[in-house]
Design a protein around this ligand. Structure first.
Ligand SMILES: Cc1cc2nc3c(=O)[nH]c(=O)nc-3n(C[C@H](O)[C@H](O)[C@H](O)COP(=O)(O)OP(=O)(O)OC[C@H]3O[C@@H](n4cnc5c(N)ncnc54)[C@H](O)[C@@H]3O)c2cc1C
Length: 395
């Protein structure tokens, strides 16, 4: 189906706005990094080397920190990231501090993550540039447990205990967000652990979202069952008298989902095509706009059409650009030309700002480098926008 033609009230071509937060030096160094990522050969080589280095424990942080880490992450600690938080804030773009330590697997590490997440909430409480926090349930529980919980099998006694620990841990985090009046976006993860996440998030929504949305779920629209799930959830919220908080994304880990389905012989939960995902994504935006009495939501996307479509829907309904129920969000270092132009036009915008020790953020950085690689010789959008801004500044 053709995308609906729209007259969007927002355009993204203004590179003056898009790069106002970068000095000439920053822009020059971003130029080199995006130029490197624009070469599929060099990106392939460097990401393969980085993956190998992680596997054999070879230190690569010294190379990553002044380069890709600087472009895509705020710093190694919350304190180190505050400089970027303030820079974004000066341009009316909020920061969502994302503690990006992946692959923890012990109760002591989960307890450490809980402490870190509550620390972020206490900072956000007094910092208007940090409007929201975010978290992954897999950061406070093992994938093994989440998969067992999701599959509906009978739990062993130790698993039952761990499930109770997880519930309490998550509840303490949501309580901290509730007390601070700062919402939390709970990320969506792989489909085989998502049922457990859905149940946990729904239970906290019904507890903490009575007056406004504090606990946000995430919908991955590359899954073909999510629009129906969203409709049902809105209905449950109406009946239960709580607000739905929803971050709407297309979904990461596409290949992983399809490969697992094929390997295990079940039908893939993923939409049949990119077009189907796009249609479902835009339908979820429309559903949100049509239910604003019950829904607060965030469009987490770098897709220009979807962002313009949301601005169009808001305009069509006569909603103010900074409507408190509606947020746009992108990842730090990606689609700045969208984030800053949206913010300049008065929309609520925030950026996920990953931080953490460099070596733990490497898997995240490798994913970003791969995403920014040129497709079939096409110049990456980020790179072409940097070139445009450089020539504007020279003239
Ligand atoms: C603020 C923010 C928060 C995020 N939080 C999460 C999260 O909690 N969980 C999560 O999983 N991801 C999350 N993401 C990542 C997101 O899901 C996407 O992977 C990423 O944003 C790319 O999608 P897009 O809408 O930006 O752009 P686009 O480039 O328009 O879309 C790319 C996406 O389309 C889908 N797609 C591509 N090819 C196909 C195909 N053949 N068939 C079906 N679908 C296809 C995939 O989802 C792919 O990622 C987040 C992104 C942002 C910006």
């Amino acid at each position: 189906m053709e995308q609906q033609k729209i007259d969007s009230p927002v355009i993204f071509d203004d590179t003056t706005q898009a790069f106002a937060h970068l000095s000439d030096n920053d822009l020059r160094s971003n130029y080199w990094i995006f130029r490197l990522m624009n070469s599929s050969f060099l990106t392939g080589l460097s990401t393969s080397l980085a993956e190998l280095a992680i596997k054999i424990g070879f230190p690569v942080s010294w190379a990553a920190k002044p380069t890709v880490f600087r472009v895509f992450c705020g710093g190694e600690t919350i304190d180190e990231s505050l400089e970027v938080v303030n820079k974004l804030g000066e341009n009316k773009v909020g920061a969502i501090l994302d503690y990006s330590v992946e692959g923890q697997d012990s109760e002591s590490e989960f307890a450490k993550t809980e402490k870190e997440l509550i620390e972020i909430v206490s900072i956000a409480k007094d910092n208007p540039h940090i409007p929201v926090t975010c978290m992954k349930i897999s950061g406070i529980a093992s994938n093994r447990l989440l998969e067992r919980l999701s599959s509906g099998v009978d739990l062993t006694d130790p698993e039952r205990v761990l499930s109770g620990v997880l519930h309490k841990r998550f509840e303490r985090i949501c309580q901290a967000n509730f007390d601070a009046g700062v919402p939390v976006y709970v990320d969506a993860e792989e489909s085989w652990i998502q049922p457990a996440i859905d149940r946990l998030v729904e239970s906290m929504m019904s507890k903490f979202n009575k007056d406004k949305a504090i606990v946000f779920q995430t919908l991955q629209m590359f899954r073909h069952d999510r629009l129906a799930y969203y409709r049902d959830l809105i209905e449950k919220a109406r009946i239960g008298g709580f607000k739905v908080g929803m971050k709407i994304v297309r979904g990461a880990y596409l290949d992983k989902e399809n490969e697992r389905a094929e390997e295990k012989g079940y039908s893939s939960p993923i939409q049949p095509s990119k077009v189907a995902t796009d249609e479902a994504y835009n339908a979820a935006l429309k559903l949100s706009i049509d239910n604003l009495d019950w829904v607060e939501f965030c469009a987490g996307t770098h897709n220009e059409y979807s962002s313009q479509y949301l601005a169009f829907l808001m305009n069509e309904k006569g909603l103010q650009n900074d409507h408190p129920n509606i947020y746009f969000s992108q990842l730090y270092g990606m689609s700045d030309y969208m984030s800053f132009n949206l913010a300049a036009a008065g929309y609520n915008v925030s950026k996920y700002l990953p931080y953490g020790p460099v070596k733990f953020t490497l898997p995240y950085l490798i994913r970003r480098a791969k995403e920014n690689t040129a497709i079939a010789g096409q110049m990456g959008k980020e790179f072409s926008m940097i070139l445009k801004e450089q020539s504007r500044r020279k003239s």
